[in-house]
Each structure stands twice: as structure tokens, then as C-alpha cells.
Design a protein around this ligand. Structure first.
Ligand SMILES: C[S@@+](CC[C@H](N)C(=O)[O-])C[C@H]1O[C@@H](n2cnc3c(N)ncnc32)[C@H](O)[C@@H]1O
Length: 277
């Protein structure tokens, strides 16, 4: 079975996520047994620029041993394991999809990082973690799935201690999206709203955030998604041997859609930092 029928599963990146085990097998790792988080990091980061993007958050927010961090949208756990292995943070990673969350917990255990990382299954909007307990909220390419940003930002503020900080990488809207782009975002990316930079600023301020810094990273992301698509196409037969044709066709469609969106010029990439007043 390819999907479990939840709406977010229209996004083909989320089909058969245990394909990471095929990648690990190809790299010489068994189905169980100890793993090195650095080796795994080649396959477990569902955002752009892999662990470098996580290191931006570690350095930008000065995260280290003793930092309590909540990640919105943990995926299969790549960023949380990087935060734990590189900075020794305590991480609570909230993930909506049960199959991703349980795989994330298995992989974290195999990396020997379960003492530092909690994988929490649930909707980050539902108050699944405590109030005022985190030094930092971090997130990579998850806010795009959540249309009600005012509610999301209020929830982020609720989780943070006063003065706590936020690091997010996500999409922003540069121009007017065409009907086709709106459809592709909804159908292939499960994204129903892309705010402008001005809307980020207004809505974050309304939730109590200050020192809001919005950095446009569109040019780098446009190149990244183009390269990712080209490399995946070039490795198609190898990928089919590893994962099967149906899964590869789905990922090809997803990577092509993202490349089309960024090359269209209306979708941008954003790195944001802010602090709760
Ligand atoms: C593109 S993936 C990124 C995962 C991870 N941040 C990474 O970079 O590897 C976005 C993730 O956010 C999760 N997500 C979407 N909406 C969510 C919500 N309301 N609460 C928690 N997780 C959510 C999705 O299920 C998906 O795993």
C-alpha cells in the first residue's frame, strides 16, 4: 500500500518512507543494528541543504548542551538527530504522520540518541507539548503545510519560555501564483497558503515575536531543487533497482513539481529567526 489515505499523503515524498532502509542497505547497513547519525544524514533530511541547514540553526540560535528545543514537523527525524548529535540539545520533535514518527523513533534508537530526542506523534497545533518549557522552536519545510499561521505562531509562542527563540526555513510568496501553481502547491505539496514576507512579519509580531529577521534564500533554493531533480533523473535506473518503479515515478513527479514552482519565479525560500518578547 502506498498511502494511508490521510490528505497530506497526496505529497509523494511521504509515500513508503521506509525506503530509507533501502538506501541504508545500498550503503552497507542492515535492517537493524547500530547506525551513525552522520552516515544516516545522507538519507534522512527532508529539506534543502541537509545538515548544513540544521547547523545554521545551531549556530544562529547558539544551541548547545542543555538547550531544550522543540521541532515542528520532525519528519523521519533527520534534523532532530543532527541537533542532538552535533549540539547535544534535548529535542522534542512533533510529527503528524504516524508512519514517519515511528520510523524516526526507530532510527534515533539505532543512532543511540533516544536519551536526547523525544519523537512525539501529533499535530503541532494541538498543544501536544508543555507551555513555556522550550528555549527554541525550530522547523524546516513544515510551516508550508499549515495554512492557519496566526494559530501556529501563537502555539509556537505558547511553547517557548519568555525570550525564547525561533529558527524556521520555509516558503514565501514573491509574486502572484498562477492557477496552475496554486493547484500544484495544493495537490503535490499539500500547501494551501504561501504568505509574503510582509505577512510573516505582521503575523509573527501579532503573536508576540520581536527581532524578526527574514532572509530571502530563493536563489540558492532554486539551484538546489533544480540540481536535486536533475540528479534524481540521472540516477533513475539505479533508483528503480533500489526502490521500484512506482515509488521512483512518484518522487520524480514531486521533485519535478518543486523545480517547476521555483523556476516559475513566484515561490521563494525563506530563513527566519525571531525571539519571543
Ligand atoms: C517536508 S517534511 C520536513 C521534515 C523535517 N523537518 C526535515 O526537514 O527532515 C514536513 C513534515 O512536517 C509534518 N507536518 C505537517 N504538518 C504538521 C503538523 N500540523 N504538526 C506536526 N507535523 C506536521 C509532515 O508530516 C512532514 O513530516
Amino acid at each position: 500500500m502506498v498511502t494511508d489515505g490521510t490528505p497530506i499523503k497526496t505529497m509523494k515524498l511521504y509515500h513508503e518512507v521506509d525506503r530509507v532502509l533501502n538506501d541504508l542497505a545500498a550503503a552497507g547497513f542492515g535492517l537493524d543494528g547500530a547506525l551513525d547519525a552522520n552516515e544516516l544524514a545522507r538519507f534522512d533530511q527532508y529539506h534543502y541543504f541537509g545538515t548544513d541547514a540544521v547547523d545554521e540553526a545551531i549556530n544562529g540560535l547558539s544551541l548547545g548542551p542543555g538547550s531544550a528545543v522543540v521541532e515542528i514537523g520532525g519528519g523521519i527525524g533527520g534534523p532532530a538527530r543532527r541537533l542532538a548529535s552535533a549540539a547535544r540539545c534535548h529535542v522534542s520533535a512533533i510529527e503528524l504522520q504516524p508512519d514517519l514518527n515511528s520510523l524516526a523513533a526507530d532510527l534515533t534508537a539505532r543512532c543511540g540518541l533516544s536519551e536526547l530526542v523525544d519523537h512525539i506523534e501529533g499535530d503541532a497545533l494541538d498543544g501536544v507539548v508543555g507551555e513555556g518549557v522550550f528555549d527554541a522552536v525550530v522547523s524546516w519545510l513544515t510551516f508550508l503545510h499549515i495554512a492557519d499561521r496566526p494559530l501556529l505562531y501563537r502555539e509556537c509562542a505558547r511553547m517557548l519560555r519568555p525570550g525564547g527563540s525561533m529558527y524556521v526555513e520555509d516558503y514565501h510568496r514573491l509574486g502572484t501564483l498562477s492557477q496552475d501553481e496554486v493547484r500544484i502547491l495544493a495537490e503535490d505539496v499539500f500547501c494551501h497558503r504561501v504568505p509574503t514576507l510582509a505577512e510573516y512579519e505582521t503575523e509573527l509580531s501579532a503573536a508576540g515575536f520581536v527581532d524578526i529577521e527574514l532572509t530571502d534564500v530563493t536563489v540558492a533554493w532554486r539551484l538546489f531543487v533544480a540540481d536535486r531533480f536533475a540528479e534524481f533523473r540521472a540516477a533513475r535506473s539505479l533508483m528503480i533497482d533500489r526502490h521500484g518503479e512506482e515509488l521512483v515515478d512518484g518522487l520524480d513527479h514531486f521533485y519535478a513539481s518543486i523545480n517547476d514552482l521555483f523556476s516559475g519565479g513566484n515561490l521563494g525560500g525563506l530563513r527566519l529567526t525571531a525571539r519571543l518578547s
